[in-house]
Write a protein that binds this ligand. Sequence first.
Ligand SMILES: *Cc1c(COP(=O)(O)O)cnc(C)c1O
Length: 391
Amino acid sequence: MNQSHSPDVPTVYLDHSATTPTHPDVVRAMLPFFTKNFGNPSSLYRLSDASRAAIAAARGQVAAALGCSDHEIFFTAGGTESDNWALKGMASARHQDGNHIITSSIEHHAILHTCEYLETQGWTVTYLPVDQHGLVDPGDVEAAITPETTLISVMMANNEVGTIQPVREIGAIAHDHDICFHTDAVQAIGHMPIDVKAMNIDLLSLSGHKFFGPKGTGALYIRDGIRLDNLIHGGGQEKGHRAGTENVPGIVGLGAAIERVTADITGHRQKVGALRDMLAQGIAERIPDSHYNGHPEERLVNNAHFSFPGLDGEALLLLLNSKGIYASIGSACSSGSEDMSHVLRAIGVPPAHGRSSLRLTLGDDNTKEEVKYVLDVLPQVIERLREMGSF
Ligand SMILES: *Cc1c(COP(=O)(O)O)cnc(C)c1O
């Protein structure tokens, strides 16, 4: 446990789905590309050889993590940009084939708000419901397909409740109907094995800062043969598909980070899974009237999401903060708004429960001692809030 300002208050970071610290090894790999190796990758002199070689190496690292070829990886400035490119790029590339998109009602706002934008531009979007565990039914996907459908986008794992979708089945249905299949895998990277070919994925978004890489870095996997209009026009970088001088240190960091988190996924799942189970079981045992949201098994190995009816989630976060525990209500993007999150609404959580929810997301930098500390503090804090009748 890191010691913060007061020697009595430790710092326990349990918000890895919001962001992660850039790992020291990743920072070390990036540093030379801020200083010594600063050459513009597009320049032809020798100074730029290192930049070009580093980008090529990082492309190989990302491709190896996904099971695709290097030339199918395109670097972007993060998950949001990758999602925008996948949806808008596909919509405009295939607008003559049809104007219907199928997605789920629990996607990240990078998908949902892009779909809402496309609706203003003449596209029709079906937002599929999910069951009480947050699962999309592949049968619903198939039933929603029309002759106009050109794109299906369903996330690999949900950022709030952690539910993992049957992506392989959904991708197979898409391909049976000659429809392109995109998945937002931002939360899944490092927590489960991914093979884009075996999983029938045509487009996949990822983001560096969710797996101990730098913020503002990401990639879009574009399967060979998939046509996508460009989102950013300019120079010839990324084969002209994503213009702008490359973020060389960021790309190097993204490559180093994805190689690091995919090196031992089995070991990671054992270690972090054991901590998460200890946390979730401890909460269920020690805190009366606690509700575990999301799927019991098909969920991210690092995600624990609870509702504690009878208290205000923001008050809970503030009290936890004063004890050095950093957590979240749900998605970072929905904090501050009065409404309950669209994900909790979609899985049928009653509004009173939705406003009293807590998302704890672990990383392999967390320890057993930290989980024990949370299990000591959380029941007291919740009892106090419930006694105060804060809600
Ligand atoms: C964080 C997140 C994004 C956005 O990624 P950024 O790199 O922060 O833009 C998109 N989708 C999901 C599921 C996320 O968790």
